[in-house]
Every structure is written in structure tokens, then in C-alpha cells.
Design a protein around this ligand. Structure first.
Ligand SMILES: Nc1ncnc2c1ncn2[C@@H]1O[C@H](COP(=O)(O)OP(=O)(O)OP(=O)(O)O)[C@@H](O)[C@H]1O
Ligand SMILES: [Mg+2]
Length: 319
């Protein structure tokens, strides 16, 4: 760490603490505020802000702002290339301007209209996979000293942290949306149709089973909807948000089947290059559907019975 960074009173522990926020704070807005506020305090800045690029308009808007005029500043938007923030967002490079009045890029209109005088400014881009998604900037020091290159470096660390948090949140949002779309599609695809007394009784039984933890054996002629019923049992109960794991027991030879069901540790046998998690473990807290169970050998069925009765899998299983 160079001298400037050390002078800025940043301890490794403080950074460690901050990095734990990324995983512990669920609310992204709150996390970004925390990051910007801490950066501001650490560098003793008079004001700071985090601006994001709007996907549609390609303009920058104020996501987080600190300082006396933090509420007023949020009404403004900045064009790409406009002012210091717009310049940094466009170029994707950090910028230190010790005196804004001597810099032609300075966009003084915002400061003038909210009555905030700026002297020096440091602005760094936030990047996700090489793409600039916004910028973080600090304005002046409370004690009147100038912002220096060391501050730019510190600000860059915070910008990286913020970008990481935003990138993760966007990924999670995307995956969550995809999962819910797929669930909707599956629910339509696997909807059980029929109004006979017998089927109504089966569906009613399935709902009771769904709300219990008992194992269920589904018997029926080919094509009568056994898999459909298994899915209904999974979805109709408290396990619906947990995994449902399907395994066709007839599709695999016995040795592979055992491996599929129980998995193995790395090096458990020649060729076990890495750990493999078994279907039982994958289905933990959810549902495992063992299709064509009647095709298994009696020995394998006995092993299964043990698991189903005890509700436990042993780590040394099958070794
Ligand atoms: N009650 C029902 N409502 C709507 N679709 C049904 C119903 N019963 C069966 N089907 C449809 O018939 C097909 C076979 O159902 P499913 O795979 O659940 O039967 P299965 O008993 O597991 O058959 P197999 O023994 O051949 O594996 C599926 O396309 C399923 O959606
Ligand atoms: Mg089937």
C-alpha cells in the first residue's frame, strides 16, 4: 500500500468489514448508500455521489448522493459526455480535477442552480464486465485541502465494490425472473386435467401427501400420469420452492445408478476425479422422484428402502 493510502487512515480490517457487506446486505440501495457514505467519511469529502447509466435513455442519474444538497441534486440527469461525470462515464477512465474552474469539461449549471460551489472533484467509473455502468465522485475536502491521486485510488476501490454489488444484484434479478418464467411454463405444461371422481380423489390425496413428509409409491399403467402426480405432490406443498430432482432408475446400469443417487467424494475410486453430489443430497428439503423404481434390482431397492425409512444418507454409503 503506498504512503498516500496509509495516510488516509484506511485499515485492512475496515476494508474486510466493508467487503462482508456485499454478501450480508440484501437491499442493494442500502448497500450502495453504505459504500458511498463510508468512502465520503474516509476521505473527509464535502459531498459525493454515485451515478448510474440509465439503460434506455443512456443518461446518468443520481442513485446515491451525500452532502448538504443531496436531495436537490437527485432531480438532475446528465448526458453522456457532459461534465466531469459524463466525461468519465464515456471514457471509462478515472479523472482528478484539482480546480474545476480551470477545466473546460466542468458543467457548472447544476452547481449554480442548487447553490453548491465546487472546487475539486475526483470521479471514477464503475465497470461490470468491462462495461461502464456508472461513476462515483467526491467533491472537495471538509478541511479545505485538495483531493489528491491517493483519494482517486481509494475511490476506485469503493467503485469496484459498488460495481460488484450491482453486477451481482442484476444477475440475481435476471435468474429470479427466468426461474419464475420457467415455473409458470412448467405449471401450465404439467397441469393435471380431469374431473372424474377417481381423479379428484387422487388429487385430494396428493394434496394431503404434499403437506406431509411421507414417501409415496405411485403405481399405474403407462401414461396414466404418474410423473404428473409426482410433480403435483411437489408443487402443492411447502417443498415447492426447493428442488425437485427426477431420476429414471431404468435408464442407468446399477453401478452408475448408485453413484447418481448417493454421489461420491473425490478419489473415492479410480477415476473419481472430483466430488459428485448425489441426487438425494441435491433434493435435500425438496422432493426426489425415482421413476421406474420397479426396474431396480432387489438389492438396490433394499438400499433405497433404508434411506427412505431413515430419511438419512450415510457418507460412507456404497463404499
Ligand atoms: N390427468 C392428466 N391430465 C393431463 N395430462 C395428463 C394426465 N394424465 C396423463 N397426462 C399426460 O400424459 C402423458 C403421460 O403422463 P406421465 O408421463 O405423467 O405418465 P406416466 O404414468 O409417468 O407414464 P409412463 O409409465 O409411460 O412413464 C404426459 O404428457 C402427461 O402430461
Ligand atoms: Mg413416467
Amino acid at each position: 500500500m503506498n504512503k498516500e493510502l496509509l495516510n488516509s487512515d484506511i485499515s485492512i480490517d475496515r476494508f474486510k468489514e466493508i467487503s462482508t457487506w456485499v454478501s450480508s446486505v440484501n437491499n442493494l440501495d442500502q448497500l450502495l448508500e453504505l459504500i458511498v457514505e463510508t468512502a465520503t467519511r474516509m476521505m473527509n469529502a464535502r459531498a459525493s455521489s454515485l451515478l448510474l447509466v440509465d439503460h434506455k435513455t443512456k443518461k446518468l442519474y443520481f442513485k446515491v448522493a451525500t452532502g448538504k444538497k443531496k436531495d436537490d441534486i437527485k432531480n438532475f440527469e446528465i448526458e453522456m459526455g457532459q461534465g466531469i461525470a459524463g466525461y468519465v462515464a464515456e471514457k471509462g477512465e478515472p479523472l482528478l480535477v484539482p480546480d474545476v474552474n480551470k477545466d473546460s469539461r466542468w458543467y457548472k449549471e447544476i452547481g449554480e442552480s442548487i447553490g453548491f460551489k465546487t472546487r475539486s472533484i475526483a470521479c471514477v467509473p464503475m465497470k461490470v464486465k468491462g462495461e461502464t455502468i456508472g461513476v462515483v465522485e467526491i467533491i472537495d475536502k471538509i478541511d479545505g485541502s485538495r483531493i489528491c491521486e491517493g483519494d482517486v485510488k481509494i475511490l476506485a476501490v469503493f467503485a469496484e465494490l459498488a460495481a460488484l454489488a450491482i453486477g451481482n444484484a442484476r444477475k440475481i434479478e435476471l435468474v429470479t425472473r427466468e426461474v419464475s418464467d420457467l415455473k409458470e411454463q412448467l405449471a401450465v405444461k404439467y397441469q393435471m386435467v380431469g374431473d372424474s371422481r377417481a381423479l379428484r380423489q387422487v388429487i385430494s390425496d396428493a394434496h394431503k401427501i404434499a403437506n406431509s413428509t411421507i414417501s409415496t409409491l405411485i403405481l399405474g399403467e403407462s401414461g396414466t400420469g404418474k410423473e404428473l402426480l409426482a410433480r403435483l405432490i411437489h408443487w402443492a406443498g411447502p417443498r415447492k420452492d426447493k428442488p425437485m430432482i427426477l431420476l429414471n432408475c431404468a435408464a442407468l446400469p446399477e453401478t452408475l445408478l448408485e453413484d447418481e443417487l448417493f454421489g461420491h467424494e473425490k478419489g473415492a475410486y479410480t477415476g473419481a476425479m472430483r466430488q459428485k453430489i448425489g441426487k438425494f443430497e441435491l433434493a435435500d428439503s425438496g422432493t426426489i422422484f425415482l421413476d421406474e423404481i420397479g426396474e431396480m434390482s432387489p438389492a438396490m431397492q433394499a438400499k433405497l428402502l433404508h434411506v427412505l425409512q431413515e430419511g438419512l444418507i450415510l457418507s460412507s454409503w456404497g463404499q
